[in-house]
Design a protein around this ligand. Sequence first.
Ligand code: NAI
Length: 352
Amino acid sequence: MRITDLEVAGYERVARAEEEASGLTAYISVHSTRLGPSLGGMRLWPYASDEAALEDVLRLSRAMTYKSAVARTGLGGGKSVVVADPEDKSEALFEAMGRFVADFGGTYITAEDVNVGIPDLRAVRRSTEHVTGLTVEEGGGGNPREATALGVFLGVGAALLEATGSTELEGRTIAVQGLGSVGRLLAGHAAEAGARLVVADLNTERVERAVDELGAQAVAPDQIFDVESDVFSPCALGGVLNDETIPRLRCAVVAGAANNQLLDETRHAEQLRARGILHAPDYVINAGGIINVGCELRPGGYDVEYAMERVHGIPATLAEVFARARAEGITPFAAAQELGDAALAAGPSGSG
Ligand code: NAI
C-alpha cells in the first residue's frame, strides 16, 4: 500500500492511500485531536474525481471536530472516504482500509457512514482495533440510530421551550421529512408524546406504515415544506433549507436529524432568523449517534445507560446555543460555532 501524506493548512494529518491488489483508493483526514482522538465515519462513494473525494473528507472531518466539541464527547474530528462504487465493495477492500486506519496509530478511529455498515467494519477490524459502531455483543455500541432519534426528540422539546415557553408536544403538529432509520423512530417518540404527525417519504411503504401505526397524515414529498406545523423536522437529505424552501415554511421551529440542512450556513441561517423561525443547528441536535459511539471508548467499555444519560444532555446544550444566540443577536448556527471554538480553545480539561 502506498500512503502519501498531504500538507493541508489547519489539518493535523491528511493522507491518501492506494493499493493495487485490493483496488483501494482512499483518504483519511484528521482535522483535530485537540480534545481527544479523532472519530468519524468511513464513507464509500463513487466520487467523480480525487479532488472531490479530498474536498469531502476535509469538510466532513472539520465538521466532526465541531460536532464533538459542542457535544463534549472528549473526541476530536476525523473522517475517511473510500473512492469506490458500492457494487464493488469487498472484504479485501475493507481489510486494506483497516491497514490504512492502523497507520494513524489511534489518532483516527473509524465508524459507519454512507455505504459502510457493520459487516464492512468487521473486515476493517481484522486489520485495526480502531473501529467503533460494532454490535453490543462485539463490544460496540450498536446502531447509533436510536441514540440519534432520542436526541432529536429531546432536542425538539428544547427548541419548543425556547420558541414557545413549553416543551409540551401534546396537541402540537410535527412535520417529518424522511421516515428512515432516524425519522421513523422520531415519529414514534412524537406520536407517543401526543403530537399530531404529518409525514413524507419517497418510499410509500414507509409512509403507509406511519399512517397505519402512528395515525400520521401523509403528504407528497414536495408538499412537506408547506405544512402548517409547530415543528418541521428534516430527517432525509442535506441542503433542504434554501432560497426556495425557506419562504414556504409555516412552522415555529426547524429541528431534525439531517446533516448539513442549511444549503448556505450563514445566509440561510439568517433567512430563517429573519422569518422568526427557530433553527436547532443540525450537528448539535443530531449528536446522539456520536455521543453513543464515543461511549465505547470509555475505560469500562460501552454502557447503554451511561450513553443514554449523555444523550439526555442534548437539550441543555441546545438551550446554551439558543441563549447565546439570543444574547448576541446572532443565529443559533453561529452561536453553535462559537461554542465549538470556545471548547477547542479551552482544550481537553475544559470539555468534561
Ligand atoms: P435513512 O437513509 O435510513 O433514511 C432517509 C429517508 O429519507 C429514507 O426513507 C428516504 O426514502 C427518505 N428520503 C430521501 N429523499 C427524500 C425526499 N426528498 N423527501 C422525503 N423523504 C426522502 O437515513 P437515516 O439514518 O434515517 O438518516 C437521516 C438523516 O439524518 C441523514 O441526513 C443522516 O445523515 C442524518 N444522521 C443520521 C444519523 C444516524 O444515526 N443514522 C446520525 C446523524 C445524522
